[in-house]
Design a protein around this ligand. Sequence first.
Ligand SMILES: Cc1cc2nc3c(=O)[nH]c(=O)nc-3n(C[C@H](O)[C@H](O)[C@H](O)COP(=O)(O)O)c2cc1C
Length: 419
Amino acid sequence: MTARQMKLGAFLWATGHHIAAWRHRQAHATAGVDIDHYIRLARTAEAAKFDMLFCEDAAGVREANVNIASQTSRSIGFEPISLLAALAVQTSHIGLVSTASTSYNEPYGLARTFLSLDHLSGGRAGWNLVTSASHIEAANFGSTGLRPHADRYERAREFAAVVAGLWRGAETSGFNHEGRSFSVRDPLDLPRSPQGAPVMVQAGASDEGRDLAARTADVVFTAAQTFEEAKAFYDDLKGRLAAYGREPDDIKIMPGVAPVVAETEAEAQEKYEELQELIPDDVGVALLSSYLSISDLWRYPIDGPLPELPPSEGMQSRQALVIEQSRRDNLSIRQLARHFAGARGHWRVVGTPAQIADELEARFEGGAADGFNVMPSYFPGELDAFAALVVPELQRRGLFRKDYEGTTLRDHLGLKRPI
Ligand SMILES: Cc1cc2nc3c(=O)[nH]c(=O)nc-3n(C[C@H](O)[C@H](O)[C@H](O)COP(=O)(O)O)c2cc1C
């Protein structure tokens, strides 16, 4: 049996994950709607044997201030499931995972769309379940506002159960779900998935989010700055599985990592500084405000500390992460904004291929991750660099595959086929 190897996602995002990627000299303004750009990224990731492509989503203009949103790297972009359907026919092995919200969809429609993507791609689809945490999206779906956190998760639990049932029950004669939020009569008009069912990913790290993951997810996407945070999350989530009759290995935990890599440490640092210098303060503060779920952070002195904050109805896990970091490192609003804006709250590693491989290996072997969702700072340059420099180093260490052994996303991730 081969030794346990890490899983890698290539998280796609228009011009790149760094908040100022759109200002980088490699960026082009229409990257978000340029299919050739995405085909190139998908082929690079597949040639490097990544497990999956990963797309986030928000059905709206996410930053509260539209002027600020237009200054970030994702002011325009394809609807991600449509994008992945196009990439399905341009690739042959790599998994195709898209985010979709349980708050602004219905389970029948979403189950059908993902199962179609799964058939289109020969069993490579995955759904990243989110409940969505922004008021902006709520305003686009006839809602009077963001539903409370607990209500969103209650709806998500029923939603996930209906989708899983539809995927399992494809080809059966009746379905008949009558629940609190949804009623569904028919089975899907599609055969059973080539991989048993599309892969279920979950992102949301509050207590309710973790519980939902333990109940339903195959993969968890999460954000953790330090080894200790990552390890605590990993142990907590794996510890919740037994209550649902599941084994620790039934879930793969893949935190985000935002690498900046170059042949020498000095070059990597220079690349990173170049990006950090491009962050406008108002953009950094607006993004920090959205993580903290407050709208008037700009009123406070930018070189002073964070004010006391009310508990979040939005993304509780991200708010806690920011507050924790501000206390730990005694950072001002400007410093925090730059720190979080750069990697959008995720773990940043800057260095040589060996240094980055060391960092990934430490979290993987230390029991803090089963793999990583790689968030290149700018495209295509940083994905190219990771594929050309870091992947071979991981392969040399026996930590990552040299070739695909199966054809479906479940094969790559080493997941059981659902019965
Ligand atoms: C790592 C991570 C990635 C997320 N990605 C998205 C996303 O792409 N779109 C979205 O609407 N919400 C996203 N969310 C937030 C989810 O909507 C989540 O269900 C909601 O914020 C509640 O999160 P909580 O359980 O951490 O409080 C993400 C959350 C995390 C932790």
